[in-house]
Design a protein around this ligand. Sequence first.
Ligand code: HAM
Length: 439
Amino acid sequence: MVMHAPEGTRDLLPDEALFWEEFKRTAAEVFGRCGYVPLDTPIIEQTELFVRGIGEATDVVGKEMFTAISGANLATLLEGGSIKNKSRLSLRPEGTAGVVRAVVQHDLVPQGAPPAKLMYAGPMFRAERPQRGRQRQFNQVGIECLGTDDPTVDAEAIIMLMRFYATMGMPADAMRLLVNSMGCEACRPAYRDAVRAYMEQHAEGLCEDCHRRMETNPLRAFDCKNEGCAAVMAGAPKITDHLCEDCQAHYGQVKALLDGAGVSYHEDAALVRGLDYYTRTVFEVQVDNGKRSQSAIGGGGRYDKLAEEVGGRPTPGFGFALGYERTMLALQEAGVEFPAARRCDAFVACVDDAARPQAFAVVEQLREAGIKADMDHQHRSLKSQFKLADKLGARSVAVLGPDELAAGVANLRNMATHEERRVALSALAGELAVERSEN
Ligand code: HAM
């Protein structure tokens, strides 16, 4: 039986894995221009971190985490033996909680220091029902800025994300930027009560999950994928009518900065995002793919209380993450084409087996000189060596046969123009480097 990757996971085959590298490089370049530097945190964290950071009442923590017990003795567990909190580990469903944990643990924002601007990329895990654009293991690229609640950070990050999508070739009219403010601990409790009261009045139209949410965390009902609930929640009180003065001013400044930068956005008072740590600004970039739940290609917001939740001193933060797979689907749907990465610049072909030792030496010299070079390893005919060179994307093929070997030259063919010329083996690396820089 042929074994398959687990449901909801995907192999990134070489062309796509190369593209994922390119995607991360572009993100690092665009985000690096705004001062972001990498931080890598573990893929597993204590379950407690996500429970406290993201919130027990969220779908992500309540239903979708992959959790393991480290060093567990199955027999003890089945007998109902107690499990220490420390040995309960979960695969990270997102990156923010781990980054904030690392910032607190290593004191990356000492008092009076400038904000820490951090970025990360890697796999996240959510036990969701797999669908197109919804996986159980998916890749995110994200940023987090900790140490200031200044609205310039919010606006700068949103602009930076839109710049990244533009750099990747995403047409501006294929995306929609939604923004909202979630308020703060001063104004949100009263808003939450207002939403709960509204839900109680419309309880008959809500699903079982939302009945539970009404008690535990009414704002989560805005995220419910059930259409009946979405219709009820469309008439719910709006957070923007309940913001305190400070939150109103903060939100106003973020919007003014976006306006000043010429970034267009829609205000969506029902945008609450699926994680409980948000305060004030939240935003999401959506594409129209006819599927409400998979339309978000990226999103994030402010989380001014999260550092305290995980045991740190007050350290406001802002961040976002974008989904690699969903962004790629959206780019493909927008008609953006991705040329396969060139795996070889110069291919060295042999007329016969006698030329192979010299070909091997030439390939190694080219590689030493920094050129992507390759040769045939299967004793193919000259014709099929040319086919292989073409498949690998080689710009040039250097042919070595008895005549060339005797003269210390290679017959160099330009694969685009089919021009051929003789080049001394000693000059080959230099010639190929010039060709590469001209293309
Ligand atoms: P999120 O909205 O849960 O935010 O995820 C960010 C992006 O990850 C989504 O917009 C989507 O593109 C992608 N994504 C999420 N779940 C899946 C899935 N099951 N399959 C494929 N792609 C998926 C966060 O994760 C926050 N940590 C963002 C953030 C950073 N907020 C503040 N800082």
